[in-house]
Design a protein around this ligand. Structure first.
Ligand SMILES: Cc1ncc(COP(=O)(O)O)c(C=O)c1O
Length: 384
């Protein structure tokens, strides 16, 4: 078995993918796969998109300079993200975990003067695996082996406004960290109006609203950011995954009044905001602006309809479907992992999330033909 020199923190499928193009992937045996997971929501423009290739090739002149000097692509990407978020300022990191870690540090720095240190987040939520972001993550199996975690974190049930209200009343809270749709929990979509109410309660309590858009951001749900569906104004948002189009990147954006509590030396990253990741990030933003967002909105009904037809055809196996844009979950009546494995054998990449859910995060360039091919394979998988 290959890979015995690796520390075994992943349960990897026995497939080695070696080439990709658009929504297509091939393994080292020449077998073809439809990509409906995009590296867990990362390859937003699919594989080998001309814009991403051009950005990477343009970066070969100069790969790295650190954050000791001005970085023009970083300044440009920050300006673009600022335009999209009503004037937020950006800090760039290399992953979603790091983006959230930066947000937690910012909340603590901001809250110190007012005696606010507690961060409230939600059960079922996933924010990363560094000790800070893990402390914000609600699920015991991720947390328990690594306790004691940093103090000052509280978790309340998702979609439960009464519980949030009680937590906000119990002590001075620095920030509420929330996903607009919980991705790792199995594409859990809260009740309409939930995020708006969270924003209202959080701001009324004088705390910061921090929306983790690592999975839902950058067009995934058909808006630039999922919070925009409910017209709320967060104080902080975190991004990663699709922003890098395949390169490692993370970003924390914050309203200037909040962001400016961080001073030179308070935070940093050697690789954060590196030239190549920033150039590809700009290519992703350009594509979304020029055609991508409209394309995601156009594809949404096709995804929804294909999955709803599967629910109708396999009511014994499938309980329902939930999602938005190009982020979907098919809720099964039994554990979903064996179904994801069978789909892989038949040439479809999806993954199992939240125990009984099959998760779909196709590249945002997905088209109707690929959606039809996905539905055909899944029909076979569910029939077995
Ligand atoms: C909502 C959310 N936040 C944070 C993370 C962590 O991101 P990363 O794996 O890039 O550190 C993830 C990863 O799945 C996520 O879905």
């Amino acid at each position: 078995m290959a890979g015995e020199a690796l520390i075994p923190v992943y349960r990897r499928a026995p497939v080695a993918l070696v080439r990709g193009e658009g929504v297509h992937l091939w393994d080292d045996q020449g077998r073809h796969y439809w990509d409906f997971i995009s590296g867990i929501g990362v390859n937003s423009l699919g594989h080998q998109h001309p814009r991403v290739r051009a950005a990477i090739l343009a970066s070969l002149e100069l790969l790295h300079t650190s954050n000791l000097y001005r970085n023009l692509p970083q300044e440009q990407l920050a300006a673009r993200l600022s335009e999209l978020t009503g004037g937020m300022l950006a800090f760039f990191a290399n992953s979603g975990t790091e983006a959230n870690e930066a947000a937690i540090k910012l909340a603590r720095r901001w809250g110190r003067e007012q005696g606010r240190t507690t961060i409230v987040s939600f059960l079922g939520g996933f924010h990363g695996r560094t000790l800070g972001s893990l402390a914000a993550t609600g699920e015991a199996p991720y947390r328990e082996p690594f306790e004691p975690l940093p103090p000052g974190f509280r978790h309340v049930p998702y979609d439960d406004l009464k519980a949030l209200e009680a937590a906000l009343a119990a002590e001075p809270v620095a920030a509420v960290l929330v996903e607009a749709i919980q991705g790792e929990a199995g594409v859990v979509v809260p009740s309409p109006g939930f995020l708006r109410q969270v924003a209202e309660l959080t701001h009324r309590a004088g705390a910061l609203l921090m929306v983790d858009e690592v999975q839902t951001g950058m067009g995934r749900t058909g808006a630039w950011f999922a919070y925009q569906h409910e017209a709320v104004q967060p104080d902080v948002i975190t991004l990663a995954k699709g922003l890098g189009g395949g390169l490692p990147v993370g970003a924390m954006l914050a309203r200037p009044e909040v962001a400016q509590t961080l001073r030179p030396g308070d935070h940093g990253s050697t690789f954060g905001g590196n030239l190549m990741a920033m150039r590809v990030g700009l290519a992703v933003v350009d594509w979304l602006q020029e055609e991508g967002l409209a394309h995601v909105r156009a594809m949404e009904p096709h995804m929804a309809q294909a999955l709803r037809q599967l629910v109708a055809r396999h009511p014994d196996r499938v309980e329902g479907v939930r999602g938005r844009g190009l982020m979907w979950g098919l809720v099964l009546r039994e554990p979903s992992a064996p179904f994801a494995s069978r789909a892989l054998e038949l040439g479809l990449l999806i993954n199992a999330a939240g125990g009984r859910v099959l998760r779909f995060l196709p590249p945002l360039v997905v088209d109707e033909a690929a959606i039809a091919a996905m539905a055909e394979i899944l029909d076979q998988v569910l029939a077995q």
